[in-house]
Every structure is written in structure tokens, then in C-alpha cells.
Design a protein around this ligand. Structure first.
Ligand code: T4K
Length: 366
């Protein structure tokens, strides 16, 4: 059987059936039903954050939080190109302009020493990504955002369950977006959330995801539709019960990769971050020696093992952004990473013997 880069975590079939059983009694399938409300409450507890607003996917969560801040159209948002398409697209689809900042060599998040030089009178926000679940330099970014009066919105799509010195990733900045897509450490099939402290945002975010409708005869705001449905929320309620065990199993996979690959000539692993409780969402490896990333990808594919080149190409290399200033040559570290990185398969049920097989294959070709 093929080994893919990840495999969705799922509860037992019976557990999910039991969770959705009462939907056949209520016939209430969406529009902020009981399961939606329960999941929201449980996530506020789990992530230890004042407010969680749920969405049908992470991308719309990000678009909605950008819209909620009512940033001036054309305003500049400092962000990373070393990310999934969604981050940059959300900025552009909200009528804002991405300004690409390079990333650092250690954890591949925004290089905070380069952020301030990109701030202009048009800058309205910073949108960093906790890429692979590794946390950005949150204190430096907080300081810069405060000093310059900028919104700080994290793309925390990969960072569910991550903590720094006991503080949940959901608590940093003005808001954080999480993805609950099938490929994530915690999934609701498709899904996402915005986490934040400001009570004033609750109504706005609720309006944005439900047409601005506040009652049968009351439409207060020009909203769209981005609601999480009850089947998604039910999957979330089940998966949340098993989260700790899932992360523990991922930790074992991560540890085995590190034990086998650390120090191998031409390979560079991302260092573990001090004080950070990780979620082991991805296992990125840089190929910097004789064995190229593309060859490593092919060698694994020949054995039916499908690693992924997350994140190649950089978003500032996308055709649709070729007219923006700040192409890949302006973000040289990110460019090099995108050419060297391969994310190896990692998921809770990945057999350690398969991890060994992947490592044997790579090590014998270095
Ligand atoms: N910001 C960042 C930094 C993100 O990485 C993402 C999403 C977002 C924002 C937006 O969040 P969402 O709107 O998606 O909630 C996948 C995911 O679709 C995407 O959610 C994720 N990032 C991105 C990094 O990866 P693809 O195009 O690589 O997915 P796909 O279909 O090739 O699946 C990858 C592997 O996952 C498959 O080889 C097998 C496994 N898989 C996939 C699906 C669909 C499963 O095990 N079960 C499944 O149902 O984008």
C-alpha cells in the first residue's frame, strides 16, 4: 500500500455514528447547531483562549478575520512566501497587498530582523505563519506590531495544540487562524477557526460567516457564508477526545526520524524549539548535499512513498503574483528552502518500520 505524506486521523466508525445519531432526531444539520456550539466551547477550553469562532475551512477563517479588521483597501500586509497558497491568496482576495519578507534559517518563520525595513506608511498588518507548527518569534513580532500600530494576525493553520512556555499558540497577536482540514493534526473533515481575545470581534465574525443575518428579519452586515456544519463539528468532537494520543503517536514517529537522520551528511533537520510543546504536524528535511531534494522525492516515489515538496514553489513565484514586487530573488533564504525541502510522511498510525524503510532509502543514497 502507498504511503502518503499524511493520513487523516479518524475516530472509530461507531463513535462517529453515536455522535451524529441525534442529528436524525433533530434534523438540524447546520447554522450553528448544538454540535457547533459544543465544539466551540470545548475548543475555547482546549486552546485556553477567550473566543473561538468556527468556520467551514481555514482559508475562509483567514479571509474573514482580515475582513473583520476593516483594513484600508490596498493596505500592505507583511507576510511570508514560504507557505501554502491560502495565506497569500487570503490577503489579495481581501483587497490588500502582500509584501514578502524573508524567513530565517532555523525554523523557517518570518525573519524578524527584516520586518521593520519593509514597513511603509501603507503597512496595515503583519501576517506570519507558524510553518510546520514551529512557532514564530512571537515576542519580537508583538513588539514590532505594537510600536508601529499594526494588526498582528497569525496563520496558525499548522499549530493546533502547540504551546510556548505553557501559553497556547491561540493566544498570540490580535488573532490566529487554525485549519481543521483532513490533513491536520486535529481535523473536522474540512474546517477552521479564528481565535482571539477581543469581545468586540465576536459579533463581527458571526456576521461575516452568516450573511450578516442576526434574525429572520434583521440583516445588519454584508456577510458571506462560511459556517461549519454539524457533521464537521461532530467529527471535531470525536477527534478532540483522542488528540493527546494522536500527538503522542506522532511524537514517536518524529523521534524515530530524528534518531535515524540527525547528523547524516547533506541532510538538515529542523531543530526542536526550546520551551515549545510541539504537535509534530510535519517532518521537513532539507537536502543540502549530493542527494538533491528532487532525486530524494523520486527515490521514495519509486517505492510508492509520496513525500511532498511543501512549500515549493514559494507563493511569490506563483504566476498569478508575477506582477507584484518582491519576487523570490528578494527572499533568498525562503527560495533556497523551497528548493531543498521535502516533508516526509508523518501521521499517528505510520508504522515505525515504514519510517525505517524511508530512512534506509534516503541514507543509502546520500
Ligand atoms: N494556511 C496554511 C499555512 C495552510 O497550510 C493551509 C492548508 C491553509 C492556510 C488553509 O487551510 P484550509 O482552508 O485547507 O483549512 C493540503 C490541504 O488541503 C491543506 O489544508 C493544507 N494547508 C496543505 C498544506 O495541504 P494539498 O493540495 O497538498 O492536499 P492533498 O489533497 O494533496 O492531500 C495531501 C495528503 O493528505 C494526501 O496525499 C493524503 C492525505 N489526505 C488527503 C485528504 C484530502 C488524507 O489522508 N485524507 C484526505 O481526506 O493541500
Amino acid at each position: 500500500m502507498s504511503i502518503l505524506v499524511t493520513r487523516s486521523s479518524m475516530p472509530d466508525f461507531e463513535e462517529y455514528c453515536a455522535e451524529i445519531r441525534d442529528l436524525w432526531d433533530s434534523h438540524w444539520l447546520t447554522n450553528m447547531g448544538d454540535k457547533h456550539r459544543q465544539l466551540q466551547r470545548e475548543l475555547e477550553e482546549q486552546l485556553r483562549v477567550e473566543h473561538v469562532t468556527l468556520y467551514t475551512n481555514g482559508h475562509l477563517a483567514l479571509e474573514n478575520i482580515l475582513a473583520a479588521f476593516e483594513l484600508p483597501q490596498g493596505g500592505e500586509v507583511i507576510t511570508t512566501p514560504f507557505t501554502f497558497a491560502s495565506t497569500t491568496h487570503a490577503i489579495v482576495r481581501c483587497g490588500l497587498t502582500p509584501v514578502f519578507c524573508d524567513v530565517n534559517e532555523e525554523d523557517y518563520t518570518l525573519d524578524v530582523s527584516k520586518v521593520e525595513s519593509l514597513i511603509t506608511e501603507k503597512t496595515v498588518a503583519i501576517l506570519p505563519v507558524h510553518v510546520y507548527g514551529g512557532l514564530c518569534d512571537v515576542s519580537a513580532l508583538e513588539r514590532i506590531a505594537k510600536e508601529h500600530g499594526l494588526k498582528l494576525i497569525y496563520d496558525a493553520a499548522h499549530a493546533f495544540g502547540v504551546e510556548k512556555d505553557g501559553i497556547s499558540a491561540a493566544c498570540f497577536g490580535d488573532a490566529s487562524m487554525f485549519s481543521f482540514h483532513a490533513t491536520k493534526v486535529f481535523n473536522t473533515i474540512e474546517g477552521g477557526a479564528v481565535c482571539y481575545h477581543d469581545d468586540g470581534l465576536v459579533q463581527r465574525l458571526d456576521d461575516l460567516k452568516n450573511f450578516g443575518i442576526r434574525g429572520p428579519e434583521d440583516c445588519a452586515y454584508v456577510g458571506g457564508n462560511a459556517k461549519m456544519n454539524e457533521f464537521q463539528a461532530a467529527m471535531g468532537l470525536c477527534n478532540l477526545r483522542h488528540l493527546d494520543r494522536e500527538i503522542e503517536k506522532r511524537r514517536a514517529v518524529d523521534a524515530r526520524y530524528r534518531q535515524r537522520l540527525e547528523g547524516a551528511p547533506g541532510l538538515k533537520l529542523r531543530a526542536e524549539q526550546p520551551g515549545v510543546k510541539a504537535n509534530y504536524a510535519y517532518f521537513p528535511v532539507l537536502f543540502q548535499g549530493k542527494l538533491s531534494r528532487d532525486r530524494a522525492y523520486e527515490l521514495l516515489a519509486e517505492q510508492d512513498i509520496f513525500a511532498r515538496k511543501y512549500f515549493y514553489p514559494l507563493t511569490n513565484a506563483f504566476d498569478c503574483y508575477r506582477d507584484l514586487p518582491g519576487g523570490p530573488e528578494k527572499t533568498p533564504v525562503a527560495l533556497r528552502l523551497s528548493q531543498q525541502v521535502l516533508t516526509l510522511p508523518i501521521y499517528a498510525d505510520l508504522d515505525l518500520q515504514d519510517v525505517d524503510r524511508i530512512c534506509d532509502n534516503l541514507l543509502s543514497n546520500l
